[in-house]
Design a protein around this ligand. Structure first.
Ligand SMILES: Nc1ncnc2c1ncn2[C@@H]1O[C@H](COP(=O)(O)OP(=O)(O)O)[C@@H](O)[C@H]1O
Ligand SMILES: [Mg+2]
Length: 237
């Protein structure tokens, strides 16, 4: 698998073309950003850890009936994926109030929600990924109705897989962000990554944060937290 031209560079990953037009190589960087890239940092091992966590979870999601872009892990930092057209709508699934949800609604962080909440944001660095609803995505042509329906269904299926998966490993999955893409045949698949960059993970016993909030909020111990999450994700359930 040879890496061709770089197709996109994001805040945490680079996407490269390959000799196969239907496949890309994703490279995970050590860079971290928060608050719409106003805060920047990086630490050694971050890219490798997120690559390993995603590469461990996606095949299990596939086995649970959730189509994904993942093909195989190529190296410490790289994976081979199916090339998709990313739907420019980020999907957030919340189990417990935290972060922007708590701020916006005045709900104390850690308040358990009586049912999962699916939120949508427009994927736009310039605008800071603003909260939208599905009507907005339809009206502005970002997605079709059937695709949004499928995306919501998959997001909730992913939640139903991940919540007990992490619970067995002593981790409370507070919330997470997903990106979906479209294959040439129109199928919607889970793309991007699932990692401590994109999820809130709280230790079930201590409520200690084990995710990017350690970076956002300057809590320290970030490398250790990511390494511990990799250890737990790959532990037997
Ligand atoms: N299978 C895929 N095909 C095409 N693009 C993808 C795929 N998986 C992820 N991407 C895109 O790769 C880009 C790089 O990732 P990342 O660094 O996380 O970007 P961002 O700064 O937008 O979060 C993102 O825009 C993401 O949507
Ligand atoms: Mg990203």
């Amino acid at each position: 698998m040879t890496r061709g031209e770089m197709k996109y560079e994001g805040k945490a990953k680079r996407v490269y073309a390959t000799e196969n037009p239907h496949e890309y190589v994703v490279e995970y960087k050590d860079d971290a950003t928060a608050f719409n890239a106003q805060k920047r940092g990086s630490w050694q091992g971050k890219g490798a850890t997120n690559n390993a966590i995603t590469a461990h979870l996606y095949p299990q999601l596939e086995a649970a009936g959730i189509p994904t872009h993942f093909i195989e892990k190529l190296s410490d930092r790289e994976q081979r994926v199916k090339a998709v057209t990313i739907v420019p709508v980020e999907v957030i699934v919340r189990n417990t109030a935290a972060g922007s949800f708590s701020k916006r609604l005045g709900v104390e962080e850690g308040t358990k929600l009586s049912r999962p909440v699916v939120e949508y944001c427009y994927k736009s660095d310039e605008l800071g990924d603003p909260l939208i609803n599905t009507d907005t995505a339809l009206a502005l042509g970002w997605a079709e109705e059937k695709d949004l329906k499928r995306i919501r269904e998959l997001a909730l299926q992913i939640r139903d897989f991940l919540v007990p998966y992490f619970e067995k490993r002593g981790v409370n999955l507070i919330d997470f962000k997903l990106e979906f893409g479209k294959l040439p045949d129109g199928e919607i698949v889970l793309a991007d990554e699932i990692s401590p960059d994109t999820c809130r993970f709280w230790d079930m016993e201590t409520n200690e944060k084990m995710d990017k909030d350690r970076f956002r909020r300057d809590l320290g111990g970030i490398e250790e937290a990511y390494a511990e999450m990799l250890r737990r994700v790959t532990a037997e359930g």
